[in-house]
Design a protein around this ligand. Structure first.
Ligand code: CP3
Length: 344
């Protein structure tokens, strides 16, 4: 693991402090950038776009050209894994993802993790292309969805603001849920190992739907599967892992105490002093900035960025958002935020 070399973000992930926090932004590549929309418009489908290494590599690099962040995040999506397991996935304009058919226990038994990581090989080509073009001082972040978060889409069949269908499934069909989790753990671990082998310096697990689970279910469906993925990945490749158990509140503490992750990504409503005191000693912290403040810009954005930087001063901290940029974000506000973080 290159935690002492020339990459500022890797140094901080290795536990060192820096003069200013290294930074990148969730959804830094995406619809708020006109140059993204231009390339996106050449592709009829979003999945097919993710599987086009030349264009996917290009949009991965676009935000760094504008803002010179410390890291690029692979352009892909967490919903590629369901397709690789045998569920049909497509994105419908104006509606979001559609996964068909939505899962029943019988359908779970028809999915298979066998060969799933091989079916995602264009993604490794994107990683390799980006790594070739990125400077030595820049970090490349690979990623996957966490099993529970991916399962919520597979069970519900579409994007939703409420993952309760998956929770009911977990209570009613514990064996099918366990089988699905095992398929997701093994395919995701293999997928992340292949990204690291292709050149990803860091790996991130997105558990965007970790909020609201009773503690036993959180342990079963969030903590344990992600710890297991980290264990399998680290048995094969020497790469730091960041976990994002979004909205899990005090359960972040259990995640930190597991010792399985090098970094923990914070959501926007995390009390930052608490995070620094309780989580900071056990993992490097990242994130927290409200993406809606970047829509707003101006003094409110500056004040919050400065609050976060001051809170974590003297500790290893990676500046980021608490969730992704929304499409209405003005690109010039991102430029201003980048200058604030760089102190220029
Ligand atoms: O810059 C980056 O962050 C890299 C690429 C990236 C995308 N999705 C591209 C994308 C990453 C890291 C993701 C992760 C992702 N995808 C998550 C976890 C993080 C989070 O936001 O909570 C989730 C839950 C998804 C699933 C997903 N992808 C949904 C529900 C949607 C549709 C809703 C929407 O925002 O449009 C997507 C589509 C998607 N993924 C887009 C992008 C740039 C927009 C689609 C488009 O351009 O047509």
């Amino acid at each position: 693991m290159d935690l002492n070399g020339s990459k500022p973000l890797m140094k901080v992930l290795g536990g060192h402090t820096a003069d200013r926090p290294p930074f990148w932004f969730m959804r830094q590549a995406g619809r708020y950038l006109p140059e993204y929309r231009e390339i996106r418009s050449r592709h009829p489908g979003f999945i097919e776009f993710c599987f086009s290494p030349e264009d996917a590599a290009e949009v991965t690099l676009q935000p760094l050209r504008r803002y010179d962040m410390d890291a690029a995040i692979l352009f892909a999506d967490i919903l590629l894994i369901p397709g690789a397991l045998g569920q049909n996935v497509r994105f419908v304009k104006g509606e979001g993802p559609l996964l068909e058919p939505s899962l029943s226990p019988t359908l779970v038994s028809r999915l298979s993790a066998e060969g799933a990581a091989d079916r995602l090989s264009p993604i490794y080509e994107t990683v390799a292309r980006v790594r070739r073009e990125l400077g030595d001082n820049k970090t490349l972040i690979g990623f996957a969805g966490s099993p529970w978060t991916v399962a919520t889409y597979m069970i519900n069949g579409r994007g939703t603001k409420d993952p309760s269908a998956a929770r009911v499934f977990a209570y009613r069909e514990p064996q099918a849920m366990a089988d699905l989790m095992e398929m997701l753990v093994s395919s995701t671990a293999e997928y992340l190992i292949r990204q690291a082998e292709a050149g990803a310096d860091v790996l991130k697990l997105f558990d965007s739907w970790a909020a609201g689970l009773p503690e036993p279910l959180f342990d079963l469906l969030c903590l344990r599967p992600n710890v297991e993925i980290a264990r399998r990945v680290k048995a094969k490749v020497d790469v730091p892992i960041i976990y994002f158990p979004k909205g899990s509140g005090p359960l972040y503490l259990k995640v930190a105490q597991s010792g399985a992750f090098d970094g923990l990504a914070l959501d926007t409503h995390m009390p930052m002093d608490w995070a620094k005191r309780e989580l900071g000693p056990k993992a490097v912290l990242q994130g927290g900035m409200d993406p809606l403040l970047v829509v707003e810009g101006g003094k409110a954005m500056r004040d919050e960025a400065e609050r976060l930087i001051a809170t974590f001063e003297g500790t290893p901290y990676i500046f980021n958002l608490g969730h992704g940029f929304v499409p209405e974000t003005p690109p010039e506000h991102v430029a201003e935020l980048s200058r604030i973080i760089k102190g220029i």
